[in-house]
Structure formats: structure tokens, C-alpha cells
Design a protein around this ligand. Structure first.
Ligand code: TUI
Length: 307
């Protein structure tokens, strides 16, 4: 089986989590320049935005980088075409099945890495031509599945013959070793990159992660079948209160609509949606992307963590 570094032509077996409406060319190029695989996250943006971001990223790095496509986006189909037109080499997907796009991407020689929350979806992705899968546990931030990384990763590893990349709950070298011990060939991290110097979010959002403790995340959206892990704040508490009262879906959507942007751009940490994983409690300082990547792979047992 191909090693992740060789598959992706990178130095460290780490890919950046998608992070809708956050990860643009600035974070992606920083991750790629530091030896990982950076990703531009299409999020809820349209195809023109994605095209521009790809071009800006090329100006900042000559290393490989990819695009993450959030499949619930109304622009997903158009973005699926733009990545081909722009010669992007790697695509990761989240929040749905990319089945409809995989044949075209494979024809264009794109390495396709769907993010999956279950064994069934991992098997389906392998069958239709995925080159690797990211098995993301429920510890992760943002839109999540039900199974923990500890339980999910070895089950996916046993079920498929393509490389498995572990995600959810990784922000420290001990967790990197654990992921590889479970059979993963690489890691995907999001939350710790949110706090990176190069991550283009408001400082208040970064500080809220640095200040968080283990129990400070909560899952909203279960009642509308779109569970999303966020840091506890006024918005999250109100959301959960309303969803326990069986209010209309539209009322709930009014509360979350635009709330990620509120947090990301305006630093409104009480009314914004602060997506973050359970590892927030482990993160104690703001570092550069390069420092973060080098930290994650410090003193790891090279027999377990194969670089
Ligand atoms: O996608 C993510 N994380 C995300 S996407 C996002 S933007 C968003 N915000 C609010 C609501 C919805 C999306 C923020 N964070 N991670 C990968 C991931 N994919 N987690 C879970 C899934 C998933 C879920 C169902 C993948 C496939 C799937 O398939 C259902 C099907 O179609 O079979």
C-alpha cells in the first residue's frame, strides 16, 4: 500500500482539515510550505471564489495543495468542475458522498480522499475509486458522525485496502502515535490549525479555543440531522434550548444562519458558531503552522509513525 507522503508528495503525513469558510489560500499555502498538505476549503463559497483562491495559493507555494469540497453546498457541482479546470491534484470531501464526481476526477488524475464517519461509507468510497479515506471521529469539530476515532479508525482500516487517514481528537504527538497504532497511515487535523498564526480567523475565536477546557464543546444540529460540534456559548445554549422545545426548523436555522461568519470575521464569540473539536482543551498557545507540524511529529516512535 502506498505511503501517504509518496501518494501526496509531501514531507509529513498530515493533511489540513477542510474548515468551511475558514481555510483559504493563506492557511493552505502555510500548511503546504511547512511540509503537510494544505487545503482550500470551498465551504459555502461559489466556484469563482474557489478558482481565485487556487490561483492565489499557487503564487504563495510551489508545493502540492488541495481543495476540500463541502458537499451540502449548492455550488458543489460547479466547484467539482473548477478543480479539474484549474489542475488541482488532490480533492477531499465532507458532509456527503462524492460518488457522482469521482469518475470525472479520476479521469483528470486527481487524488480523491473523501472524509467518512462510518465503515459503510468508507467501503463504498473504495469501491467507486477513492485513493484514500479520512476516517473522522465524533471528537472532531464541525459536522460530525457518531463514532469515536478510537473505535472508527481500526474498523475502517480492517474494512478497506486503501490508506486510512485518522481525524478527530488529534492535537498532540501522543495522539499522532495512537492514530498510527490504530492502523492509520496519516492524520488530518483541524482544530489546532484554527489557532495557528497563519489561520485567517478573528483573534477572539483563537483565544476561545486556547481558553477552552475538555468539556467546553457541545453538539448542535442533531434535531435537523446535521450534528455540528461547537464551543459552548450563548448561541449554542440557545440553540439547544430551542431544539428541546421542538421549535420549527426555520427558527433554528435563523439562529445558525451566518453564525459561523459572525465568529470568523467579527470575532463575536457569544452569538457566532465556533466550530472546534474536543481537543480544544489541549491547546494552550498560538503557534505558527510550521511549529505545530514539527511539534506533532516530535519524539514519535518512528517504528509506529512512518514518515
Ligand atoms: O464535513 C465535515 N465537517 C464539516 S462540514 C462543515 S460546513 C457545515 N456546517 C453546518 C452544517 C453542515 C455543514 C463543517 N464541518 N467533516 C467530514 C464529515 N463528513 N463528517 C461527517 C461527514 C459525512 C456525513 C454523511 C460524510 C458523508 C455522509 O454521507 C451521507 C450520505 O450521503 O451517505
Amino acid at each position: 500500500m502506498k505511503n501517504i507522503c509518496k501518494l501526496l508528495n509531501i514531507k509529513y503525513p498530515i493533511i489540513q482539515g477542510g474548515m468551511a469558510n475558514i481555510a483559504d489560500h493563506r492557511l493552505a499555502s502555510a500548511v503546504s510550505n511547512a511540509g503537510g498538505l494544505g487545503l482550500i476549503s470551498a465551504g459555502g463559497n461559489n466556484e469563482n471564489w474557489v478558482r481565485e483562491e487556487i490561483r492565489k495559493c499557487r503564487l504563495l507555494t510551489n508545493k502540492p495543495f488541495g481543495v476540500n469540497i463541502m458537499l451540502m453546498s449548492p455550488f458543489a457541482e460547479k466547484i467539482a468542475r473548477v478543480v479539474i479546470e484549474e489542475g488541482v491534484k488532490v480533492v477531499t470531501t465532507g458532509a456527503g458522498s462524492p460518488g457522482a464526481y469521482i469518475p470525472e476526477w479520476k479521469k483528470a488524475d486527481i487524488t480523491v480522499i473523501p472524509v467518512v464517519p462510518s465503515v459503510a461509507l468508507a467501503k463504498r468510497m473504495e469501491r467507486i475509486g477513492a485513493d484514500a479515506v479520512v476516517a473522522e471521529g465524533t471528537e472532531a469539530g464541525g459536522h460530525i458522525g457518531e463514532i469515536t476515532t478510537m473505535a472508527l479508525v481500526p474498523q475502517v482500516v480492517d474494512a478497506v485496502n486503501i490508506p486510512v487517514i485518522a481525524a478527530g481528537g488529534i492535537a498532540d504527538p501522543r495522539q499522532v502515535v495512537a492514530a498510527f497504532a490504530l492502523g492509520a497511515k496519516g492524520i488530518q487535523v483541524g482544530t489546532i490549525f484554527l489557532t495557528a498564526v497563519e489561520c485567517p480567523i478573528h483573534e477572539n475565536y483563537k483565544q476561545k479555543i486556547v481558553d477552552a477546557k475538555d468539556t467546553d464543546t457541545i453538539v448542535t444540529g442533531r434535531v435537523v440531522n446535521a450534528p455540528v460540534r461547537v464551543l459552548k456559548n450563548k448561541m449554542a445554549r440557545e440553540y439547544l434550548k430551542l431544539s428541546n422545545q421542538n421549535v420549527d426548523r426555520m427558527e433554528l436555522e435563523k439562529l445558525t444562519l451566518g453564525s459561523l461568519r459572525k465568529a470568523v470575521l467579527e470575532g463575536d464569540v457569544e452569538n457566532g458558531s465556533l466550530m472546534a473539536g474536543q481537543v480544544s482543551g489541549l491547546i494552550k498557545e498560538i503557534k505558527s503552522v510550521k511549529e505545530i507540524i514539527e511539534f506533532l511529529f516530535t519524539d514519535v516512535n518512528k517504528e509506529i509513525v512512518v514518515l
